[in-house]
Design a protein around this ligand. Sequence first.
Ligand code: NAG
Ligand code: NAG
Length: 549
Amino acid sequence: MKFLLLLSALGFCRAQYAPNTKPGRTSIVHLFEWRWADIALECERYLGPKGFGGVQVGMAHGVHRGVGGALEQKVSSVSAKLRNCISYALQRVLSLHPNENVIINNPSRPWWERYQPISYKLCTRSGNEDEFRDMVTRCNNVGVHIYVDAVINHMCGNGVSPGTSSTCGSFFNPGSRDFPSVPFSAWDFNDGKCRSPSGDIENYNDAYQVRDCRLVGLLDLALEKDYVRSKVAEYLNHLIDIGVAGFRIDASKHMWPGDMKAILDKLHHLNTTWFPEGSKAFIYQEVIDLGGEPIKSSDYFDNGRVTEFKYGAKLGTVLRKWHGEKMAYLRNWGEGWGFMPSDRALVFVDNHDNQRGHGAGGASILTFWDPRLYKMGVAFMLAHPYGFTRVMSSFRWPRYFVNGKDINDWIGPPNTNGVIKEVTINPDTTCGNDWVCEHRWRQIRNMVMFRNVVDGELFTNWWDNGSNQVAFGRGNKGFIIFNNDDWPLSSYLQTGLPAGTYCDVISGDKIGDKCTGIKIYVSADGKAHFSISNNAEDPFIAIHVESKL
Ligand SMILES: *[C@@H]1O[C@H](CO)[C@@H](O)[C@H](O)[C@H]1NC(C)=O
Ligand SMILES: *[C@@H]1O[C@H](CO)[C@@H](O)[C@H](O)[C@H]1NC(C)=O
């Protein structure tokens, strides 16, 4: 009986909700648009040693001159407003993957071409199958797992010209629904099922349209067909066998949860070279639910976790002090703010879509462009127990605002004639070639470690001044305090930590028995004095038991 209970407990732990990170590793990072070769190196030289649990990677099968090109031409004749609207919609959907995608030349190689699959061959701008396998093996070998962004709702856009302008050179003909490299043909798409006049999604209040029609013209796969489910499952199983640990399921809102479940039921267990026997792929589904639409995040809970888009939108609003929000209100952050249950949530401050001012969240979203607030937001997320956390790592692009909208939001990764540039590392450990590498910022990298150290500890010792000065602990393992007010903070607070001298991991690092930043003295009763100028470069302090001197 005890044995059976143990088995079922293990079974539960190994379900699609468990991130499959190594014990003691609690966050993943999205290395947006990186080449597989650079990710492999980053796992070995940085992510492994610094305690990251995994990497979300893009996958794609692609097209040249696809929907984007056709669409761009189409919209050049219409109003800027409509153009914004279409590009907004496109970007919500088109985001990362290792399978073949369309190559778009107009505009020139946008990042979103990856979201237009042509086949399930593993070759993209990030690398070929050999390079992908090498990355997975090398990352797994240093305890950093790989999570693939799977684009399975659709293929490329309806309006893309037929040809072989794809990242593997595979032929395709969107007009006749012909993708011979899978193969998919006209039978395998939802054209007959969609009930909107244009065949595209026109009304987000109609769940049938959202799931049966084309998202901004992208050819919608008939996932109710066993043949289509099997082809998708074959692709995901290929990745699982190579050694990936799970999937972000792109555009999940646009698929029926039951169809997705049928696909997930066909998946292999994870490769036992790196994972315990019987482990299931971690699943997190992209569902943008800010409330007010018939499709809810909760529709998808049976399949796995779901992206909580309210998280970044609200946190940005609070830290920016918009609409009368203040940090003191974060006392009941999480379910208390109307978010989904913590054990179903995948959380992030920004993602590749909304860091461009699009997708869910709008202008409140914090990004690397506002570094001071961004570091506070990411630190708050990593210190707080709610959800499974994903850190964003971006590339810089030339923003250019026209009427409040960035018209360069389509620009792809740093490249030379379309070939993605290497991620170079500067002597000070930051990245070159316009890779932002937020995950290497001391404040963010050290908070990833903080989260590992306090894993499993309760949210304790909350303090606030009724305004924007707040602090909280995680049991007797860690403590963090913020001053987002316009005046200094000076307080004597209960940290819950054992007595000793601690090194603040925001202003510095503990190196051997030395601290390069601020020192905090915790007395025998667990209390410590904190002072934080409102003009500090980083107006917050974090200490944990491993930063004790
Ligand atoms: C698991 O990975 C190892 C190492 O790459 C490989 O040899 C093996 O074939 C994989 N297992 C499966 C079931 O594909
Ligand atoms: C907190 O904010 C209040 C006003 O709400 C202010 O009077 C006080 O000085 C601030 N700091 C502390 C530590 O209470």
